[in-house]
Design a protein around this ligand. Structure first.
Ligand code: IPE
Ligand code: IPE
Ligand code: MG
Length: 246
């Protein structure tokens, strides 16, 4: 179901039930370039505003008691299908976020996880990621997973490669083993997946983990997505009846 910006305005925020907060929320942060075009600004400005929108959502998610927030920042397809300039701008922005926001993340009680193939990233960026992860590792309020050069299918292929090298017997292969070998090892599956920007697809995000996630689509472009839009998604989630095949 989709809601326009003003629909459900009244019943957001105040109707959130504290006992029914999704433990893991994942977000496909889409619409940065359309936002930039609408504001007659360069693309990179859309991405910059997108990164700053994330800070407000992380704060709100932490306040509500969400334990894991996984965000899709850069897909494996983006790496090949965007111009060199856009990829470079995104790399710079990711590095800026990982380094300059270290202290903010620390103050927000956030732990950092990264999913996706970052081995292809410049070494200084990989180093910055490890340093930030290390600095935040004892934080417990919320875990922020950032998906960087991430694709759900490559993640599954890598998991199978890892399993093969562990020389498992065919009989030992089960869902738990596959899950354990994914980048999201240790995290619960997302209860709720939000996609902004008015597109209704997963675009290779968490394809294994999303099997019973509730899906919520918002027309709001990501740089405009605010905590009250997040609240609205949580309210809608709380109205859903999850049956898991029952
Ligand atoms: C999402 O916004 C951010 C990335 C994919 C890096 P887009 O860049 O896809 O912006 P739109 O969807 O074209 O507006
Ligand atoms: C998905 O958005 C990836 C991110 C939000 C990082 P895209 O804009 O790349 O997805 P498609 O191309 O519309 O499916
Ligand atoms: Mg897009």
């Amino acid at each position: 179901m989709t809601y326009s910006r003003n629909a459900l305005e009244l019943d957001s925020i105040m109707n959130i039930e504290k006992e029914k907060i999704p433990g893991h929320v994942a977000i496909i942060m889409d619409g940065n370039r359309r936002w930039a075009r609408q504001h007659k600004l360069p693309r990179v400005e859309g991405h910059r505003r997108g990164a700053s929108a994330l800070e407000g959502i992380l704060e709100r998610a932490g306040d509500l008691g969400v334990k894991t927030l996984t965000v899709y920042a850069f897909s494996s397809e983006n790496r090949f299908n965007r111009t060199k300039k856009e990829v470079n701008d995104l790399m710079r922005l990711i590095k800026y976020f990982i380094i300059k926001k270290r202290k903010d993340l620390f103050d927000r009680g956030a732990k950092l996880g990264v999913i996706g193939n970052v081995k292809v990233f410049p070494e200084d960026l990989q180093l910055a990621i490890s340093k930030t992860k290390n600095l935040l590792k004892k934080n417990e309020r919320i875990k922020l997973n950032i998906a960087l050069n991430y694709g759900g299918r490559p993640e599954i292929v890598e998991a199978f490669k890892r399993i093969m090298t562990q020389k498992k017997d065919v009989a030992e292969i089960n869902e738990e083993l596959v899950s354990k070998n994914l980048d999201t090892n240790g995290d619960t599956d997302p209860d709720l997946i939000i996609r902004t920007g008015g597109e209704y697809r997963l675009s290779n995000f968490l394809v294994w983990q999303a099997c019973y996630s509730e899906l919520y689509f918002s027309d709001v472009l990501w740089p405009d997505f605010r905590p009250n839009d997040f609240d609205r998604a949580i309210c809608e989630f709380q109205r859903r009846k999850r049956r898991f095949g029952k």
